[in-house]
Write a protein that binds this ligand. Structure first.
Ligand code: SF4
Length: 604
């Protein structure tokens, strides 16, 4: 397969107050015509910076220090800026993670696709309009005549992503760079977009550089895979070989950290520590501080990207002498087969939350949004009920309504047999400590102006936990130890912690008031897979030790397979199926559950 795009020795650096940050440090790869090449790795490893370097769309603080990016015969890095403009969009196009920021909010979708056509082709007037409609239809946008006159905000996330793909593919680029193109989408919409990309790529013979952190998507889409770590490629392999037996210890750890049914019986593998700062001067292997297999030479000598045959390469000293690493086993075990014998802690019956739609000067009610429309569920002591569904299905509203953070329109919520709806503020205070919540975004859920000690003490004081300040300080130390943070963390502010550490603080805050039930609202969806493994392990061990019950709100089926005892599937404000995890995940009965499970990209 002849290379359409070839990167050699690409180095992109950022000038920071701490010195030169080597975001991309000597990256080589090529992509053939019609090939999908996946670049995987966790946040901050240099994937997106590699993509932006190809198009020379770097932020002001970044510059390309070395290397070449050849598109056919042309080195893009040697072109003057004026000559780059016709390359962008025409020969190399890019689609981004978040279509709402990539599309212009003040231009209609049709106009944005038309602009690409008039800039890069000879089409004019009605021929442009005809082509716009053809393109919108080709990416599966229904009623293209009407939709082409609409603005980005009028389209759903999936339609916006399709519109961005239509604009990117308007002039048949030779290379499409797709940077996390489905991360912001629901799983069923993701499946449609991936299928669309697959189809368009096969029809047009485009080279596709797919940047993702999701190994399921890689398994479904890629012909070849490259893993990036700390600015370097540490492994390259054809898809089948990669999934059969990844060769680099980091890639192996990524697989082992993935939750799923096969891991239910034990803890997920964790990758200790963090990615090293890329301002540091490296002497040996960049993975050495986190590698279980490290030996003396790893500290003193940087490993080369070794050829292992059959198109495989890995950057690890061990691969010089050892044979290929053995196969990774991920055999599925029955999910959640345990009997549901525990006592019911929380029970919601026919719960409804309707929001009025008000219009006009007098704010008259002209209709209602039925966010939750007759939901019944039970959470048992020491067990996890996963509430699964796509965005807008009403999961979070159920979570808030059972905690009485929003008032239910109708229905009942009983905690240990006592009715919660209709309780006064004082009545609710008695139960506040027993039921806590951990939110999705650990960056937004902690007050940036409060030290960790104050964040933990706030709830304890208001709910009367602890005899005095000295007792509360003792409890804080114990809490921090429980969630795996040092006691010194008390004196620091949230911004001084990583995303995973902040989520630990949020969990410690919930535990501070000695709850029996925690509503976990997508607590790991903003985290990388290695950090997600740490938080899931922590939640599981806390449940085992303290007998906590979780109402676990998520759209991530792999997390459900790993953690849940019971599952309830929501769509359109209603639960359409519920049962034990084994029943629902293995033998789904409802068509929506089957569609949801069928849309999840799998690596097995
Ligand atoms: Fe681990 Fe050494 Fe291989 Fe680096 S070179 S991945 S430290 S064994």
């Amino acid at each position: 397969m002849s290379a359409v795009l070839e990167l050699q020795g690409l180095r992109t650096v950022l000038d920071t107050p701490e010195g030169e940050l080597r975001a991309v440090d000597g990256v080589d790869f090529d992509i053939g015509k019609g090939e999908c090449f996946a670049l995987v790795g966790e946040s901050g490893c240099g994937k997106s910076m590699t993509a932006l370097s190809i198009l020379r769309l770097l932020p002001d603080v970044a510059r390309i220090a070395q290397g070449s990016v050849r598109l056919g015969e042309v080195d893009l890095l040697a072109l003057p800026e004026a000559a780059m403009r016709p390359v962008r969009g025409k020969r190399v196009a890019m689609i981004f993670q978040e279509p709402s920021t990539a599309l212009n909010p003040v231009l209609t979708v049709g106009r944005q696709v038309a602009e690409v056509l008039t800039r890069h082709t000879a089409l004019r007037g009605s021929a442009v309009q005809r082509r716009v409609l053809e393109l919108l239809a080709a990416v599966g946008i229904p009623d293209p005549e009407r939709r082409s006159g609409e603005y980005a905000f009028q389209l759903s996330g999936g339609l916006r992503q399709r519109a961005m793909i239509a604009a990117a593919l308007a002039v048949d680029p030779e290379v499409l760079v797709a940077d996390e193109p489905t991360t912001a989408l629901d799983v069923t919409i993701q499946a449609q977009i991936l299928e669309l990309l697959n189809k368009l790529q096969a029809e047009r013979g485009m080279a596709l550089l797919l940047i993702t952190h999701d190994l399921g998507i890689v398994a479904q889409m890629a012909h070849r895979v490259a893993v990036m770590y700390a600015g370097e490629i540490v492994e390259v392999a054809p898809r089948e070989a990669f999934f059969r037996a990844p060769q680099h210890p980091y890639a192996q750890k990524l697989f082992a950290a993935l939750p799923g049914a096969a891991q239910r019986a034990g803890a997920l593998a964790q990758i200790p520590g963090q990615v090293p700062p890329l301002t540091a001067a490296f002497r040996g292997c960049r993975f050495v501080e986190r590698c279980d297999l490290a030996f003396e030479r790893c500290r003193n000598e940087a490993p080369a990207l070794l050829e292992l045959g059959e198109g495989r390469r890995a950057r690890c000293h061990l691969r010089e002498t050892a044979h290929a690493a053995p196969r990774v086993a991920r055999t599925a075990e029955p999910a959640g087969a345990e009997p549901a014998a525990a006592r019911v802690l929380l029970e919601a019956t026919d719960l409804k939350v309707h929001f009025p739609i008000r219009r006009g000067v007098f704010r008259r009610t002209v209709g209602v949004v039925k966010a939750v429309d007759g939901v019944s569920l039970a959470v048992r002591e020491g067990r996890t009920l996963a509430l699964v569904g796509e965005s807008g299905s009403g999961k979070t509203t159920v979570g808030k309504a059972v905690l009485q953070l929003i008032r239910a329109t109708a229905g009942s919520v009983r905690y240990q047999g006592e009715e919660m709806t209709g309780l006064s503020r004082t009545g609710l205070m008695r139960h506040r400590g027993a039921m806590q919540i951990v939110f999705q975004d650990p960056y937004a859920s902690l007050n940036p102006r409060m030290r960790v000690a104050d964040i933990l003490a706030e709830g304890m004081r208001s709910l009367g936990v602890g005899r005095d300040d000295a007792d509360r300080t003792r409890r804080m130390d114990a809490l921090l130890e429980q969630v795996g943070l040092p006691a010194q963390a008390k004196g620091r502010y949230p911004h001084e912690f990583s995303g995973g550490q902040r989520q630990r603080i949020a969990i410690a805050r919930a535990l501070a008031v000695e709850p029996k039930l925690i509503v976990c609202d997508e607590p790991t969806s903003a985290l990388d897979v290695s950090v997600q493994a740490q938080i899931l392990n922590l939640l599981k061990s806390l449940q085992d030790r303290l007998g906590l019950a979780y109402l676990f709100i998520t759209h991530n089926i792999a997390v459900v397979e790993y953690l849940a005892h019971e599952v309830a599937v929501m769509t359109g404000g209603r639960i359409v199926e519920q049962g034990t995890a084994a029943e629902v995940l293995r033998r789904p009965r409802h068509a929506y559950t089957r569609a949801l499970l069928g849309a999840v990209p799998r690596i097995d």
